[in-house]
Design a protein. Structure first.
Length: 303
């Protein structure tokens, strides 16, 4: 497809989610090439970004996960080089990567989020447990794919979980467990496609459940009737408040009474065989190949 020119599928990188990014990237690359796009793999861990200009790439399909791929860093570099790219811009990427600041924005806009607290090495973990209750989740504020996330059932668990999360980011969150169901909603060009309900066989939707296990149960759409429409509206609002662009996935939880709480955004959604965005797209009648092409087409529009 000549209108796209030479396309770099930017994958891999050096974050803790490199392996997942490579899996997503290979799927995207194959789908683009199968549809006649002049697409090539590009790994910024193996060559400098300046090679995108040197090698004549016209645009970039960003499928980096975590670290510098989702935090606005590479987005800023591409802006500077004048290379159009898929996904959110610098601001939305940077904020969306930071779970704490995302929560602050959503709260300021009146959107519901689970109760949470910031943790530090000298935090009184017993007091945190008394406020949030058990179980609760401890997680690094920056990062994805559930890397460094622990479900805690005791005060001792919280102390150990803090140390584990702090290895990935100095900013660590404790978050009230909302246990009525875990969901995600794909948003493409500002329009929610569908929700998906996630029922892992593991303690929670961890790294293995997301990418390797075949016993996680997915239901799409995840809700029915007015609940589904409410969830989609909230996802679209969350997307807009974040300043998202192109595509993003909004994860949310439901409590036992059916109330929805926004969890976090994903501004570079996974595209592996286990990923949620392609599931939501299929529910909307869009194949994996069509989705990839539609996302790439957003680079033809002015940001």
């Amino acid at each position: 497809m000549k209108e796209f020119g030479k396309v770099a599928v930017v994958m891999g990188g050096s974050s803790s989610e490199r392996e997942v990014s490579l899996m997503s990237g290979q799927g995207v690359l194959a789908a683009l090439q199968a549809q006649g796009v002049d697409a090539h793999a590009f790994d910024p861990a193996e060559k400098p970004l300046s090679a995108l200009k040197d090698e004549g790439f016209a645009r970039a399909f960003l499928i980096l996960h975590g670290g510098q791929g989702e935090d606005g860093t590479i987005q800023g570099a591409l802006e500077f080089m004048g290379i159009p790219y898929t996904g959110c811009g610098v601001m939305a990427s940077a904020i969306g990567m930071d779970k704490w600041r995302t929560k602050l924005m959503w709260q300021a806009a009146g959107l519901p989020v689970p109760a949470y607290e910031l943790l530090a090495a000298d935090s009184d973990f017993a007091t945190v447990v008394a406020r949030l209750g058990l179980p609760l989740f401890v997680k690094p504020a920056n990062g994805g794919s559930s890397v460094g996330v622990t479900k805690c059932k005791s005060v001792a668990d919280v102390a150990a979980a803090y140390q584990a999360a702090a290895q990935y980011d100095p900013l660590v969150l404790a978050e009230k467990a909302v246990l009525g169901g875990e969901f995600s909603c794909a948003v493409l060009d500002g329009k929610a496609l569908a929700t998906v309900k996630i029922q892992p066989a593991t303690e929670f939707y961890d790294y293995d459940a997301k990418y390797y296990r075949d016993d996680t149960v997915y239901t799409c759409p995840g809700l029915v009737g007015e609940q589904e429409q409410t969830a989609r509206r909230l996802a679209e609002q969350a997307y807009r408040v974040l300043g998202a662009d192109g595509w993003a996935r909004i994860d949310f939880l439901q409590d036992e009474e059916g109330a929805i709480f926004l969890l976090e955004p994903n501004t570079a959604p996974g595209m592996t065989s286990h990923s949620l965005f392609p599931m939501c797209a299929r529910e909307a009648g869009m194949s994996y190949e069509a989705l990839v092409l539609r996302v790439l087409a957003t680079t033809l529009e002015s940001r």
